[in-house]
Design a protein around this ligand. Structure first.
Ligand SMILES: Nc1ncnc2c1ncn2[C@@H]1O[C@H](COP(=O)(O)OP(=O)(O)OP(=O)(O)O)[C@@H](O)[C@H]1O
Length: 671
């Protein structure tokens, strides 16, 4: 405070601030003495709030200097113009949160709360904010600013909407603390009359201080009876000077912060932030239950709806081998090595065993008409000499004639409009034939070797032979959930606070970005652990998906995916100013990630440019890694497995750094 006197609390010189092309502060000078009340008066939009925001370190000046006798944020009590209250919290919860943020002990919090509630005529501490009137809510906001008994009070329109008696009480209290406790108070107001009793007033217009003096002295000099009259005279004089001032050039200068940073990590403040989030959870139990139950519901739904072979598909059969029985097989078909066997019926029994429904037709035309009408998914036709030709083809050691080949063929017409059903039918139709021919060869062939096919699949090196589509999808689903659940929760939690100005108020009260991050990560991790436990129980205990022996490693991988999702959520919350844009961005990210990360289809099946893009995405390598751990029993040292950790670390670090830079540059302002 070299340039200012010892009794100076705040000294602002030549302060200039420009928003885009709007010069909001034009060389503002104010001088506030220690232990006095300074009222800033002026019409709406003249820059009062901007000036206060500069003083509390929320907005940076483009030009000018600020000197303040207080250096620590904890020594300032700030009441913003907006209410910035947690609507679902009680008064007590608010006071506990802010009291802990200012490192007050619980006895002191209680004592100060009781005193302020009485002074401001507020209801009991248990009362919830959303059930209070607008005026009561404004007084709660004032209580928060006064709670830690700061040296400097900066109050943005604290008396708006309050009745005369309450305004009088508040001013009386402010006078008392300024005189008895030497507190300095800077207050903005639209009401000239109430400001009349302050020690100094600054009359402001279009971002400039027109006059700064004791109210009575100002009225005396201008020979007026009211401050309104003084203001009108000063405005008229000011209009003549306006042009000259507008042309003044703004030279941006590097600003040194006038307040100390409140330290990067303070565990009391982290505790306060977490406590506040716990209050929020307690007040939003249905929402929390939904968050916890969502993975259970989603995993159950996916497990019961995706990946199992469709059953009960109807297939029409025209069996000319049994023309005289209307194409219907005898109830006890038998296998023999002579032509009186009933191979077509053996085959159909195998098909029935594969959960297909067989509809018999006596005529191929009728069957095909039903296929056209979508009554059946396919039609199978057996020649009248099917068994004879098949046995000849399988057992005679001569090259079969064309007639034999033709007669032993099963003719199949399929409805191929549904690719999955077509493939399932093809698999069953071919599989049943392989089983029947293999039975025949076993029974009738002298050489056992001839029952072997030309390709023999050995036990898979990694994975299982009959992996279902559901099992293929399960690791991908687990990773997707782990990424998106924390993402959505983080976006919701952070944007609620950001858009309502709550986060900014906490930062002005001394909470650092790092503390907000750490507090959020700790709580989010707790929720994530519970969600992961539910997800694992559903996917791997209730449903028979293969789980890696390396369970700990799988869990670590999933938690890392969750942390990455959370950082992505923080990034979205930092760059978006409204829920609408954030929701679009979050949902908009879901679909490309779902399609490009190999959830549904192997990455190798994509266009080669997309394959490179896919490898860059945050969850592609995690899905591969989880699949490798689950099906391949691969070890952590395998590149597929540890590659996921490298990818997740890179993504998490870059998202974290980007979020920090965005917040540093654009601040925490919501809409
Ligand atoms: N973040 C911002 N970006 C761009 N312009 C802004 C921003 N904040 C304020 N302004 C503009 O700066 C000017 C001064 O706003 P400010 O809120 O400081 O006025 P005020 O005197 O406090 O008004 P009121 O009494 O209505 O609160 C206004 O024209 C406003 O539109």
């Amino acid at each position: 405070m070299d340039e200012a006197g010892e009794d100076t609390s705040v000294l602002v010189k030549n302060a200039c601030k420009k928003y885009s092309n709007n010069l909001v502060l034009h060389g503002v000078n104010i001088h506030v003495k220690e232990g006095t009340i300074y009222s800033l008066l002026g019409p709406s939009g003249c820059g009062k709030t901007t000036l206060l925001s500069v003083l509390v370190g929320r907005v940076k000046l483009d030009m000018g200097t600020i000197h303040m006798s207080v250096r620590d944020k904890e020594e300032i009590g700030y009441m913003p113009q907006a209410l910035t209250l947690y609507q679902e919290f009680s008064i007590k919860e608010h006071m506990t949160f802010y009291g802990n943020l200012y490192s007050m002990d619980s006895a002191l919090i209680k004592e100060r709360t009781n005193l302020l509630l009485k002074l401001l005529d507020l209801p009991s501490r248990e009362c919830v904010i959303s059930k209070m009137s607008g005026g009561q809510q404004r007084r709660i906001s004032l209580c928060i600013a006064l709670l830690h008994n700061p040296r400097l009070l900066i109050l943005d329109e604290p008396t708006v909407g309050l009745d005369i008696i309450l305004c009088h009480n508040i001013w009386q209290y402010l006078f008392k603390i300024s005189e008895d406790e030497k507190k300095t108070i800077i207050i903005t107001t639209h009401y000239f009359e109430e400001a009349r009793h302050s020690h100094t007033i600054g009359l402001m217009r279009y971002g400039r201080i027109l006059a700064e003096d004791e109210p009575n002295h100002l009225m005396e000099v201008q020979n007026c009876e009211t401050l309104e009259q003084v203001f009108l005279i000063l405005c008229t004089e000011d209009e003549l000077r306006e042009k000259e001032i507008h042309d003044k050039e703004l030279i941006k200068t590097k600003q040194t912060p006038h307040l100390n940073e409140s330290g990067i990590l303070n565990f009391t403040r982290i505790y306060a932030f977490m406590l506040k989030n716990l209050f929020w959870m307690k007040r939003n139990i249905p929402m929390m239950l939904f968050t916890l139950v969502l993975p259970i519901v989603q995993c159950t739904l996916i497990s019961v709806t995706v990946g199992e072979d469709p059953a009960g598909l109807k297939v029409g059969v025209v069996n000319d081998e049994f023309l005289e029985e209307n194409g219907i097989c005898p109830s006890e078909p038998h296998i023999s090595c002579t032509s009186n066997a009933t191979m077509s019926c053996q085959y159909l029994r195998k098909l029935l065993g594969k959960s297909l429904q067989i509809v018999d037709y006596s005529n191929l035309d009728f069957a095909q008409q039903d296929l056209q009408k979508n009554n059946v998914w396919g039609v199978l036709y057996f020649n009248n000499n099917f068994t004879e030709c098949l046995l000849k083809r399988l057992l005679l050691k001569v090259i079969p004639s064309d007639d034999v080949i033709y007669g032993s063929e099963i003719k199949v017409w399929l409805d191929s409009s549904n690719q999955v059903i077509r493939e399932v039918l093809q698999k069953h139709i071919t599989g049943a034939l392989v089983e029947v021919t293999s039975d025949v060869l076993k029974k009738c062939s002298s050489s056992i070797r001839s029952t072997h096919t030309l390709i023999s699949y050995q036990k898979p090196v990694y994975g299982v032979m009959d992996q279902s589509f559901r099992q293929f999808m399960t690791p991908a689903n687990a990773v997707l959930f782990e990424f998106f659940l924390p993402l959505m929760f983080t976006v919701g939690a952070m944007l609620t606070e950001k858009t309502s100005g709550l986060l900014e108020r906490c930062v002005i009260a001394g909470l650092s970005l790092m503390e907000i991050g750490v507090g959020h990560i700790i709580l989010q991790m707790l929720i994530l652990i519970i969600q992961t436990a539910f997800l694992m129980i559903v996917l791997f205990c209730i449903f028979d998906n293969p789980l890696s022996e390396n369970l700990t490693f799988c869990l670590i991988l999933l938690l890392c995916v969750g942390i990455c999702g959370m950082f992505y959520g923080l990034f979205i919350a930092a760059i978006c100013r409204s829920f609408t844009t954030a929701s679009f961005l979050a949902i908009g990210s879901y679909f490309p990630l779902f399609m490009l990360s190999g959830v549904l289809w192997p990455v190798e099946g994509m266009h080669y440019i997309l394959r490179y893009a896919s490898r860059m995405l945050p969850i592609t390598s995690s899905i591969e890694s989880f699949r490798a751990l689950s099906f391949g029993s691969r070890q952590p040292a395998h590149p597929i497995v540890y590659g996921a950790f490298i990818s997740l670390s890179l993504w998490s670090t870059s998202l974290c750094v980007s979020t920090y830079l965005v917040v540093k540059h654009y601040g925490l302002k919501g809409q």
